[in-house]
Design a protein around this ligand. Structure first.
Ligand SMILES: Cc1cc2nc3c(=O)[nH]c(=O)nc-3n(C[C@H](O)[C@H](O)[C@H](O)COP(=O)(O)O)c2cc1C
Ligand code: SF4
Length: 637
């Protein structure tokens, strides 16, 4: 089973032990442009789990190419001992280690003070609003020299290979993408810069494997693929482009982008060298199908490995059901954009490899009641159960999942909710957790279970604004998600922009045949959503014909009409006619159970939204930590 996936692959001078690749991804486990101890531990965990090849994150080859303040500086002498530590840690497990050589060109995410951005031509970039100047011929020579120097330093550090990033419309791609290169000198020729870089890198590190990463959905990349292929040991393809909202979503595509999204784009890159294909490959069986079916020679499974570093080992041992599947929530890339260390919403140990050990069997078994079956409660129950404690989980509804299950009604979140439910179904089963649905947690009922401690994770409920809303049918977004959904009506969704519920309702209500307007009550649509999810929502709603009215603060209802004032100029009033008003105005914590159980003398630990509504990542982290805190104490009995 999975024979092809776990067969070795030769890439130039290097043999990979299998075809599972952790492709380049910035971890923000970087201090002063060098890897930290956490960086080493992060990659060692993926190597220990059996990953065949790790490609280290985009590493600047020149001071002008630092994408963020947390980009590795591959051109600095000090990178050598730092990378050697990573190589030693990774090689100890048989995994091969490459580094991605990178220059962002006109793409720059840096905070001030920023260096001037350099590009083939002075063409402003839309997404990060960068205004570059055109590289001089001397500067191009200096950047090419930076690639060569960085390659030599990586070789000195003991790495096995190098990957030149020419994907995502970064510098090398800016040279070969029509419209971005308006030069009239010899660098006008599309592939010239990339070929010059490859020649310099090869000459500088001849013993190392050499590859190029391209964006498979870029016609310009397809056009240069054959020419480039003659100079490399492998090609790597992903999706997306950094410079536009639309393009950027493809870089780390969230669902409902289909699983294995890269597969349909791979064919033009079957031009000789082994092909590593990446994007939304989450299942080892699918990875095997792609490799065995000749779509590619190896599969990047980057978020899959961020979620579960043990995925390759579990798959090889036939323990496919034990794999914790990535849900595509993109909390990982959100950390990158926020400049904070990498984390996974589902796996709190990601990025905390040095400080949070896997659950160990507790010396003393405790009895624990967990109240609430949303993500915080699921995480607490799974963690405590895995440590050998006896756990009863009480959920007052007829199903688990809390707000995630609710969100799962919408197409944008259905896969996420389904995969999370599947993951926790398995974890709770393994951990022997007793789940009681439709069970209220009153003090008498909890006392009957004689727990040593109670973890309360009762979540949140919708905020009820104190506004004059009489005279028009009004419904909370959560109730729309719960269903049933009204049909053939004029609906206004008053969305505060702090979560996805209003947009999810608009999507569903439009699909049900209603005439829907979203009154956007924030500076931008879906202001707090991760940008890639927001981009997809905007595309869906525009395509569906949902009207988006911006900068509207809900004032109330008068004579059956919904009234608003402008967010910034409140004297400007407006109104929208509707026969149903949907409210998405934020949440308030559900604290009653925690207070009543604490009042009855139980040892109460709280986690997640009942402490203060936030997101999935906080819920799972706090649920896990609460279970650990309970496990660390001695029993009362
Ligand atoms: C946090 C994060 C940082 C990333 N940084 C890079 C990078 O440095 N260079 C790169 O080529 N791709 C980068 N990517 C894209 C990944 O290599 C990969 O192509 C993408 O995550 C899609 O693959 P997946 O569905 O297996 O996660 C990054 C992805 C994530 C999640
Ligand atoms: S944070 Fe979400 S998208 Fe990223 S690896 Fe974890 S589960 Fe997958």
């Amino acid at each position: 089973m999975l024979e092809t996936l776990f067969s070795p692959l030769r890439v130039g001078s290097v043999e990979l032990p299998n075809r599972i690749v952790s492709t380049a991804h910035q971890t923000t486990l970087v201090h002063e442009s060098l890897p930290t101890d956490d960086f080493v531990a992060y990659h060692e965990a993926r190597a220990r789990g059996g990953t065949g090849l790790i490609v280290l994150e985009a590493t600047a080859v020149h001071p002008s190419g630092l994408l963020t303040p947390h980009t590795l500086a591959g051109y600095r002498e000090e990178i050598v001992p730092a990378l050697t530590r990573v190589a030693d840690a990774v090689h100890a497990h048989g995994t091969r280690l490459f580094v991605q050589l990178f220059h962002g060109g006109r793409e720059q995410i840096s905070a001030s003070p920023r260096p001037p951005a350099l590009a083939p031509s002075a063409i402003p970039s839309l997404r990060f609003h960068v205004e570059p100047r055109a590289l001089s011929a001397d500067e191009i020579a200096s950047v090419v020299e930076g690639y060569a120097r960085s390659a030599a330093l990586a070789a000195e550090a003991g790495l096995d290979g190098l990957e030149v990033s020419a994907a995502h419309e970064y510098l090398a791609a800016q040279f070969f993408t029509p419209g971005l290169n308006r030069r009239e000198d010899e660098w006008a020729e599309p592939a010239r810069f990339l070929l010059a870089v490859l020649a310099a890198v090869r000459a500088s590190a001849p013993g190392l494997a050499l590859g190029v990463r391209l964006s498979a959905d870029s016609p310009a990349a397809q056009a240069v693929a054959s020419e480039v292929a003659a100079h490399v040991d492998y090609l790597s393809v992903a999706l997306g482009a950094s410079s536009t909202y639309r393009g950027s979503t493809g870089i780390v595509p969230p669902p409902p982008m289909p699983e294995n999204a890269i597969a349909v784009h791979a064919a033009p890159f079957r031009v000789g060298p082994p092909l590593v294909a990446t994007s939304r490959i989450v299942d080892p069986v699918e990875a095997e199908r792609l490799v065995a079916g000749g779509r590619c020679e190896a599969t990047g499974m980057t978020r899959a490995l961020i979620t579960d570093p043990e995925l390759p080992r579990k798959a090889r041992e036939g323990r496919l059901d034990d794999v914790l599947h990535c849900i595509g929530c993109n909390a990982c890339i959100a950390h990158y954009h926020a400049g904070t260390p990498i984390a996974c919403a589902q796996n709190p140990r990601t990025g905390r490899e040095r400080t949070m050990a896997p659950p160990a069997h507790a010396a003393v078994g405790l009895r624990l009641v967990v109240v609430g079956g949303g993500p915080a409660g699921l995480a607490a129950a799974a963690e405590a159960g895995a440590a050998g404690h006896e756990v009863v989980l009480l959920e007052r509804r007829d199903r688990l999942g809390g707000q995630v299950a609710l969100a799962g009604a919408a197409p944008m979140h259905a896969e996420l909710a389904g995969t999370l439910a599947r993951n926790y179904g398995r974890l709770l089963e393994d951990a022997n957790v007793e789940v009681r649905l439709e069970s209220e947690a009153d003090p008498a009922g909890v006392a009957a279970l004689a727990p040593d401690a109670v973890v309360v994770t009762t979540g949140a409920r919708p905020f009820e604004p104190d506004l004059p809303l009489a005279g028009l049918e009004t419904v909370q977004a959560w109730n729309v998600l719960l269903g049933p959904r009204p049909r053939a009506r004029r609906i206004v969704v008053a969305d505060w922009g702090g979560d996805a519920s209003g947009l999810a309702c608009a999507d569903l209500l439009d699909a049900a045949g209603n005439d829907v307007t979203v009154a956007v009550g924030s500076a931008a649509l879906g202001e707090t959503l991760h940008q890639y999810q927001r981009n997809l929502y905007a595309a869906r709603l525009y395509r569906a014909g949902v009207r988006l009215e911006h900068h509207l603060e809900l004032v109330g209802v008068e004579d059956g009409i919904v009234r608003f004032r402008n967010l910034f100029a409140p004297e400007l009033e407006s109104e929208l006619r509707a026969d149903l008003l949907v409210l998405a105005r934020g949440r308030v914590p559900e604290r009653a159970v925690a207070e009543s159980l604490a009042g009855a003398g139980f040892e109460v630990h709280e986690a997640g939204d009942c402490l203060g509504p936030r997101g999935l990542e906080e819920a799972i982290l706090e649920g896990t930590l609460a279970a650990q805190a309970v496990g660390a104490r001695s029993p009362r009995r």
